[in-house]
Design a binder for this molecule. Sequence first.
Ligand code: HEC
Ligand code: HEC
Length: 314
Amino acid sequence: MKKWMKILLSTLAGLVLLLLLGAAYVNYSPVPTYKLATPTIEVPTDSASIARGEHLTALSCALCHRGKSGQAMEGGPWREKDLGDLYVANLTNHPNSTLSQYSDEELALLLRTGVKRNGEVALVMPRYAQMSDADLGSIIAFLRSDAPMTAPSDKQWPEREINYLAKLLTKIAIKPLPYSENVDNPVPDDKVEQGKYLAQNLACYHCHSADFATLNEADPEQSEGYFGGGNLILKKDGSKKIPSSNLTPHPEYGLGRYDLAGFGQAVRYGKSLNGKDLDHSMPRFTNLSDQEVEALWAYLQTLPVIENQIAAAE
Ligand code: HEC
Ligand code: HEC
């Protein structure tokens, strides 16, 4: 063999070895863990705050954490398998539930930064960095209270088993968000501010921007294609992924086709303009109040139009 060929071959062999070692490192080394400072969080005890917490929980946590068997948020296997096998936690008030293992401070930390009590970053679950201190406290207060959604269930789920892609992402891309301190409620009489608050904290923008991978959860409006739709969401029956809708005020491709009443029907009950049901991957936000629907509508009208034509789902 010629000398240069030997050198080339051994260089190639060296590169392949490095790649294999790199892949083995990603696969077998532990997932990174983070130790963040313990925040202080005030958890209210008055009934108005607990009711507020119930309202928000039904519009957010419950959409994923409600179990198969009905009301209670007993969790279960997460339906999307892109990142491996994840389990949505049991958030009921059973002494063995995941919720019961969490202190109020650990919950606040998880909800705002994504860091679980074992120090790993939770996958898939939205981070509530824009949620006010008052609302965060209300959700925690509600979770600890006695209600059908929190009724004790002893369901326990296995540890998550994440795949190679997820392991790689936790090492290079998915990092905790900084803990946002002292977040105020939006100004009460400002419809647009109220709507923005809901659109960000109910995770509308997570699904309705370009891609989960390019979201900016610290500063949502900086997300790629903010509210321009096209993010691929697994259909509720699991058969395939469909693009989310463009919710900017585009006259043909976006909310310009809707009026407030039609928008309310779509968001609360999943009715589309042609009278067909939207796929159930679009959650039904049934308990939004009229004011909340108006606020969401008002905010979405203020967004810059994005020219993104979404093919209608069959
Ligand atoms: C889009 C779906 C979704 C929503 C909405 C959601 N979660 Fe989760 N949650 C998950 C998934 C998936 C996991 C498992 C994540 C993992 O193990 O990587 C999880 C895990 C958890 C855990 C357990 C973390 C651990 O230590 O294992 C808690 C506690 C939790 N969620 C609380 C909440 C609360 C409170 C809300 C509402 C404010 C909420 N979640 C909203 C999907 C969701
Ligand atoms: C889990 C992902 C997800 C979340 C969260 C979500 N959506 Fe959707 N939404 C979708 C998908 C997917 C569609 C398209 C459904 C179809 O084509 O059948 C859709 C459709 C819609 C439509 C119909 C638009 C049209 O062009 O007909 C409206 C309106 C809408 N969503 C508003 C909202 C609002 C407001 C929020 C927050 C309160 C929200 N969505 C949260 C996934 C989501």
